[in-house]
Design a protein around this ligand. Structure first.
Ligand code: BGC
Length: 415
């Protein structure tokens, strides 16, 4: 009897303590194999601390669908506790008064001391922390299957000229040279990589950050469109609408030779048990070695009234920057830690190279924000660029000169 009483008391205590600990509903778009594995680490670490995680996953690479769902929820006065929001969108949500202030946890944990200022600037609205960064992704990577290259007698390309030579050899050997997903954000992911190669970091910033009309309609930009079109000759017929992780799996399975994609692709290779340097190879994409297109994932927290949920938000924010979380999460995700004080010895060569180039490119002004991933400009301008580039990509006969003109006009109208 006594034992039963004890058990009942313990169960009741557990139920009460569980109910009193807060809950967080977390909106994100991490639903591919590697992404889901990564976000599960956060869920588990929060649960270990006695809090409840309500998963609000909205599928769709790049997060466009997630943002649409989030807007509907927020406007109807029912936002989630936390949401994956990045770059310029952070400022926008903060200016509308939706976000909660994270200064207390940021000061206690000393965020300013281990996150680079170029990132904290984006996480703050009027000097106040309103977002917490998770990682740093590098966008300008090529992911290659070395066996396919070997079969075709081709060399993994480090620049565009080499790409076209290799692509012809791969095609002749019966493989798909470039695994590609024809979705606006993926089109712009590849397009911005070519733009970095052809315009250089300075020209890239002039075009996509300063929104300089001359650069947007320049002959170099015409060349970017021209090469982008040429690259599409090496894409298979199934590309339109294809999800990015399906394209990655074509490289994993050896149906395609390579993919130009950010290092979330590495998360797919890792989730499939593949080893870098052996089963797959990462090289800075086409002529962009030494330069770095960055994409920083982050979470914001919405203003809530419930004390327990507010506490859970604070714990979640703290956990995201915990060194252990930073390590395990980024190993799964393919990105590098956002903390600059991390020991990188358990990371693979791709991540070590990425961290090195992240730091060195900042010193040579070759560290540039991603257009496709919300870092470079407002979402109005980004939408205009998505439109022009994806319409161009969908029409094999489109004129590159007209496209560059259109790009400048669309950006001008949206800014
Ligand atoms: C995000 C990544 C994500 C990728 C594909 C990017 O915008 O920053 O974290 O893995 O989209 O969904």
């Amino acid at each position: 009897m006594n034992r039963l009483k004890c058990l009942l008391t313990a169960a009741l205590w557990l139920a009460v303590s569980h109910a009193s600990a807060g809950e967080v509903e977390v909106l994100h778009w991490w639903t591919s194999g590697g992404e889901a594995k990564s976000i599960t680490v956060l869920k588990e670490m929060l649960e270990q601390q006695g809090y409840t995680w309500n998963d609000f996953a909205v599928a769709g690479g790049g997060g466009e669908s997630a943002m649409t769902v989030l807007k509907t929820r927020a406007v109807s006065g029912n936002p989630p506790a936390a949401a994956q929001i990045k770059g310029h969108d952070i400022q926008e949500w903060a200016s509308l008064g939706f976000l909660t202030n994270l200064n207390e946890v940021a000061t206690t944990e000393g965020w300013d001391s281990f996150i680079p200022p170029m990132i904290t600037d984006v996480m703050k609205y009027h000097q106040d922390y309103v977002a917490v960064p998770v990682n740093v992704h590098r966008v300008n990577w090529t992911w290659a299957n070395p066996k396919v290259f070997q079969q075709a007698g081709a060399k993994i390309p480090t620049n565009l000229d080499e790409f076209f030579v290799a692509a012809d050899q791969i095609q002749a050997a019966g493989y798909i040279p470039l695994a590609y997903g024809g979705q606006p954000w993926q089109d712009v992911t590849v397009f911005e990589t070519l733009a970095l190669d052809m315009l250089g970091a300075q020209g890239y910033v002039k075009a996509f950050v300063d929104l300089d009309m001359k650069t947007l309609s320049s002959t170099q930009m015409v060349e970017v469109f021209t090469q982008f079109q040429r690259l599409h000759r090496y894409v298979d017929g199934g590309a339109p609408g294809r999800n990015w992780n399906v394209a990655t799996s074509m490289v994993i399975k050896g149906e395609a030779a390579m993919q130009i994609m950010g290092d979330w692709a590495k998360g797919e290779f890792s989730a499939a048990g593949k080893q870098p340097g052996k089963d797959y190879v990462c090289v800075p994409a086409l002529g962009t070695a030494g330069a770095f297109i960055y994409n920083v994932d982050s979470f914001v927290f919405f203003e809530l009234n419930d004390h327990d949920s507010i506490q859970a938000q604070q714990v979640l924010a703290k956990t995201i920057l915990d060194p252990e979380f930073q390590k395990v999460f980024n190993l799964n995700k393919g990105s590098i830690p956002v903390r600059t004080d991390m020991d990188m010895s358990s990371f693979d060569q791709c991540a070590v190279d990425s961290m090195r180039e992240f730091k060195s490119s900042a010193k040579t002004a070759s560290l540039v924000p991603s257009v496709a991933h919300d870092m470079a400009t407002t979402n109005y301008v980004q939408a205009a660029i998505f439109d022009v580039v994806s319409n161009f990509a969908a029409d094999r006969t489109a004129d590159p000169r007209e496209a560059a003109q259109r790009l400048a006009k669309a950006v001008k109208a949206a800014r």
